[in-house]
Design a protein around this ligand. Structure first.
Ligand SMILES: [Zn+2]
Length: 160
């Protein structure tokens, strides 16, 4: 399942990436480009724009209209619509900033790239080969695991 998020959904796009979903985010573009790339790359288009969603439906593109109220609401809605869920083993597999696939790093390899106090406390790091951003458990990944738990609670609750 690959996604394309429109300009209003940058924060949703970052969360989908950290869940491991290949997510293209195109903040500076128009609806024509979004429809074209979505079709060409077989991506599910996510938008909060009703007009764009109407066009998608008319042109047969695959997409989900979200409310744009909160990331939790939006992602829960997308997952319900598409029948997908978070794979815990995939959390932290993609870069939130650029969609790159993260690679494992030792504390030695991230010397100078993260605060020394962080480096001293952790034995496992991940780095994006695209933009060089470094990730570790407890920081960004800790927050996203909390978000994943809230999301699962939400999805479980709505199943009744
Ligand atoms: Zn990156």
């Amino acid at each position: 399942m690959r996604f394309l998020a429109d300009a209003m959904l940058g924060s949703v796009a970052r969360k989908l990436r950290i869940f491991g979903f290949d997510t293209l985010y195109v903040p500076d573009t128009d609806d024509d480009y979004i429809l074209k790339v979505g079709a060409e790359q077989g991506r599910v288009i996510l938008t909060a724009d009703r007009e764009l969603f109407r066009r998608m439906t008319k042109e047969g593109a695959k997409g989900v209209l979200v409310g744009g109220t909160s990331d939790l609401d939006d992602i829960a809605h997308v997952f319900e619509k598409l029948g997908v869920s978070v794979d815990p083993s995939k959390i932290g597999s993609r870069c939130t900033a650029c969609n790159g696939v993260l690679e494992a790093r030792t504390p030695e390899q991230v010397a100078g790239l993260v605060p020394e106090a962080v480096r001293a406390r952790h034995s496992q790091f991940w780095q994006c080969p695209g933009c060089q951003k470094v990730y570790w458990e407890g920081g960004h990944l800790g927050r996203i695991r909390d978000f994943a738990r809230r999301l699962e609670g939400r999805l479980g609750a709505s199943k009744g």
